[in-house]
Design a protein around this ligand. Structure first.
Ligand code: 5GP
Ligand code: MN
Length: 343
């Protein structure tokens, strides 16, 4: 966003508007944190703001202020569509392409004629927004929302609700401030958010220490399914639908599991394959350390993408065929895998 564009956005937001805020499908802490932070900011400025999420999100995020006000496009279709129709501005937060909201909502957004403002840190954003604020070097969309408010010269409007939402998103997308994308600027912003009312210890507890017994048992199964391919510095985990059912899987239960595979010494590439019988896909999460790009790997093989060190994807094959496909292409990356340094 250049100086002129900022001026235009400022002018747009200077009078009350109907505004819709959209995170990606299966929103994570960053997507829903950024959306609710923006919601609180815009409402406090006198706008009519609504968050329309493509679908539901994990219960460990359902303490975020005004989480109950979020519309779900899949289950509250009529209300969601009419909000979108009435909106003169739609914020697209934490995603880079319209297909990331799922095909139903994608169709509705493709018909939309108003102003899109996209704020996102994923690679290769599609050219769909009137105003695009894209920066792939920033750890989280929540940090970008903070910078967006800086651009609007309105950081002083950050109250405790906004601070809690932004803190939650920065914390989750940086793996609690440990991924290389975490900078001194991130820490300065987080300090500012605490000063403005973010309850840091409580947020960690709400997100990380509210597990169900079933979730921990499922983690146990995932870890016992872990396969390590030492000569390619790779580890992968599978979870079948049957295993998910056995441990009474709930949305969000598998989040973060792939990081255990990446935590192995000498492993720089970790993947989890999760069967989803309802959607008839294998959902794939990929993580790496150093220069090996999982964004590239996922784009090349699993119809996905994301960041260099964290990406998602999917496979339409069976679990068995997906794994054998994965194992057949992996050796082609031997040099990149062996030489991926630890950042
Ligand atoms: P996860 O494995 O947690 O689903 O996703 C890891 C990261 O990659 C997240 O930032 C997520 O938004 C992004 N991501 C997941 N799936 C896709 C995809 O299909 N395309 C793109 N561009 N990004 C994705
Ligand atoms: Mn994000």
């Amino acid at each position: 966003m250049n100086v002129n564009e900022i001026k235009e956005v400022k002018a747009l937001l200077s009078t009350p508007k109907n505004i819709v805020i959209v995170p990606h499908r299966n929103p994570d802490g960053d997507a829903i944190g950024a959306s609710l932070a923006m919601y609180h900011y815009l409402k406090n400025k006198g706008h009519r703001a609504t968050v329309v999420s493509p679908n539901d999100y994990p219960s460990f995020l359902k303490w975020l202020p005004d989480t109950e006000e979020v519309f779900k496009f899949d289950t509250q279709n009529r209300q969601s569509k009419s909000c979108i129709e009435e909106a003169s501005i739609i914020f697209l937060l934490d995603f880079n392409a319209l297909h990331r909201v799922g095909s139903d909502m994608q169709n509705t957004l493709e018909d939309y004629k108003g102003t899109f403002i996209m704020i996102d840190h994923h690679q290769q954003p599609d050219d769909i927004a009137t105003y695009l604020y894209s920066d792939v070097s920033i750890c989280s969309t929540c940090q970008m929302v903070y910078h967006f408010l800086e651009k609007l010269e309105d950081v002083n409007s950050i109250n405790a609700d906004i601070a809690n939402c932004l803190y939650a998103g920065i914390m989750t997308d940086t793996g609690s401030f440990r991924f290389p994308s975490t900078t001194s600027t991130t820490h300065r912003i987080v300090a500012e958010l605490i000063d403005r009312g973010a309850e840091n210890a409580k947020i960690h507890n709400n997100v990380y220490d509210t597990n169900s017994y079933g979730r921990l048992q499922l983690l146990g199964r995932a870890l016992s399914n872990l396969v390590v391919i030492e000569n390619l510095k790779t580890a992968y985990i599978t979870l079948s639908q049957q295993e998910l059912n056995e441990f009474k899987y709930e949305k969000g239960d598998t989040e973060g599991v792939v990081n255990y595979a990446l935590s192995l010494e000498d492993v720089i590439f970790a993947v989890i394959f999760i069967e989803d019988v309802e959607q008839q896909i294998i959902k794939i999460s990929l993580r790496s350390k150093g220069s090996f790009s999982v964004n590239k790997f996922s784009r090349e093989h699993f119809d996905g993408g994301g960041h260099d060190n964290a990406a998602g994807g999917k496979s339409l094959l069976s679990m068995e065929a997906t794994i054998s496909n994965f194992l057949s292409v992996l050796p082609n990356y031997k040099n990149e895998l062996i030489n991926s340094y630890e950042a």
